[in-house]
Design a protein around this ligand. Structure first.
Ligand code: F0G
Length: 457
């Protein structure tokens, strides 16, 4: 007999209390926050699924490493520890620490920016796109068609559309400084990219003489999906799979706030000496000296430990199973989600679940508000509040999807926390027709989702 229950592969040594509020209190909190969950204090949140970024619980080994942090301005031994640890998985010649992923993106964008520059990716994350566009570049998404459909089952929905990339490379060749692949594809639902796809993208890059950069925040989760779903990888270790993934890359940007269990941190890594030199010049201007980037020595030490913990197979089995458990439970309640379930989050299809709310009454926001009110659960709308556009008359045009992201912080919540979230959804399902759409009563000029005011009903 084999025991099937997958347990949290850790014991809890230090705890943070959660304040339990009542539904009446939460109704008032929502009003005070103008129905925008970004305006709510974390003390008033019971389960915080806003993001998996920077929210991980560090291990005792990471806390111990923090005490060993070397805060020397130049030549810190924590930097050497950081580089050694990263190179065990990602053997890049140059490793440049940054305070988080977007700082690495900004440095790259600044260096390659020129008139007409275009950068293809399976799907650019918001900050990646914003950094390239801010420097006047054009950021294009070439994910496979299945990756744009919430219900289309595909084991690797994050894959790049190879035919589209091939013609893109032919048409825009001299305007493309490099090709990017985001693993896993966050904006597309945390969906993985297969090894075959990474290899094929690299081959196309090779043919046109372009380097390949991985945006690799969730590299370990991606490797676990390859092990589970791609033939020929079942018997390979995660470390072997990760090394193969990076053997096809010429560089990477990294937010260490995801898989490496950092509360802050990131890096840029590459092999090209001349490009690395330019990157370091940029780094010194805004981040800091090349042996600390934007980080304290103790952060570098904690990340050096965290990177290795991220490829632990028992951890990854628990991690991926947690998200799948939540996703499948929602499906059992007939709640439509982006399927198959991704690596770090469950994305609820609010447009399909709340068809009585028109897209421009923001079904995703309405659901996020209802979820907070019923159970103090904080989620994130990824729909028309975040991504609506304007037509030529200035009229708002809805985003293609109205999703609500339930992103799971790493090693923070237990199964009973997840069961609580499922029960809240089951309660909501009983009266979902009474969830009302919302209007925006005030909004800033840019990135309105962070600060807009809403009214419901
Ligand atoms: N790339 C991807 C795929 C990301 O998901 C993020 C951040 C970044 C780059 C930027 O990294 O935050 O360290 O500057 N994603 C967070 C999220 C914010 O909630 O999904 P950063």
């Amino acid at each position: 007999m084999t025991i099937k229950t997958i347990i949290e592969p850790f014991r809890i040594k230090s705890v943070e209390p959660i304040t339990l509020t009542t539904r009446e209190q939460r109704a008032d909190i929502l009003k005070d926050a103008h129905f925008n969950l970004f305006n709510i204090s974390s003390d008033d949140v019971i389960i915080d699924l806003l993001t998996d970024s920077g929210t991980a619980a560090m291990s005792s080994a990471q806390w111990a490493a923090i005490m060993e942090g070397d805060e020397s301005y130049a030549g810190s031994r924590s930097f050497l520890f950081f580089c050694e640890s990263i190179r065990k998985l990602m053997p890049f010649k140059h490793i440049i620490p940054t305070h988080q992923g977007r700082a690495a993106e900004r440095i790259l964008a600044k260096i390659v920016a020129a008139d007409g520059v275009r950068i293809p990716n399976n799907t650019h994350f918001d900050t990646t796109r914003a950094n390239f566009e801010d420097q006047g570049c054009i950021a294009d998404n070439l994910v496979i068609a299945e990756g744009l459909s919430p219900i289309h089952e595909h084991p690797f929905k994050g894959n790049m559309d190879l035919a589209a990339l091939e013609s893109y490379l032919a048409v825009y060749n001299e305007h493309i400084p490099f090709v990017m692949l985001t693993i896993t594809n966050n904006a597309g639902g945390g969906q993985p990219v297969s090894m075959a796809n990474i290899r094929a993208v690299k081959a196309l890059c090779g043919k046109s003489g372009k380097p390949l950069f991985l945006d690799a925040c969730r590299f370990a989760e991606n490797a676990y999906f390859i092990k589970q779903r791609e033939s020929g990888y079942q018997d390979k270790s995660i470390t072997t799979i990760v090394k193969e993934m990076f053997s096809y890359a010429d560089g990477m940007t990294m937010s260490a706030k995801k898989d490496p269990f950092g509360n802050i941190g990131g890096w840029l890594a590459l092999n090209d000496d001349a490009l690395a030199e330019q990157c370091r010049n940029q780094l010194v201007i805004t981040e800091g000296f090349p042996t600390y980037g934007g980080l304290a020595g103790r952060d570098l030490a904690a990340l050096a430990v965290g990177v290795q913990e991220a490829v632990d197979e028992d951890y990854l089995a628990y991690r991926i199973r947690t998200i799948e458990y939540l996703g499948h439970a929602l499906q059992a309640l007939d709640i439509p989600i982006v399927s198959p379930v991704g690596g770090h989050a469950v994305f609820v299809d609010a447009k399909a679940w709340l068809p009585h709310i028109p897209a421009l009454e923001y079904p995703g926001q309405a659901l996020a508000i209802a979820l907070y009110e019923i159970g103090g659960i904080r989620s994130c709308e990824i729909g028309s509040v975040m991504f609506a556009s304007k037509d030529e008359n200035g009229t708002e045009v809805a985003a293609p999807m109205e999703l609500v992201r339930l992103a799971m912080p790493r090693r923070v919540y237990t199964q009973s926390h997840v069961d609580y979230v499922i029960e809240c959804f089951a309660e909501l399902a009983k009266s979902k027709e009474s969830i009302k759409g919302c209007q925006i009563t005030w909004q800033p000029e840019r990135l309105r989702h962070f600060t807009a005011h809403f009214l419901q009903g």
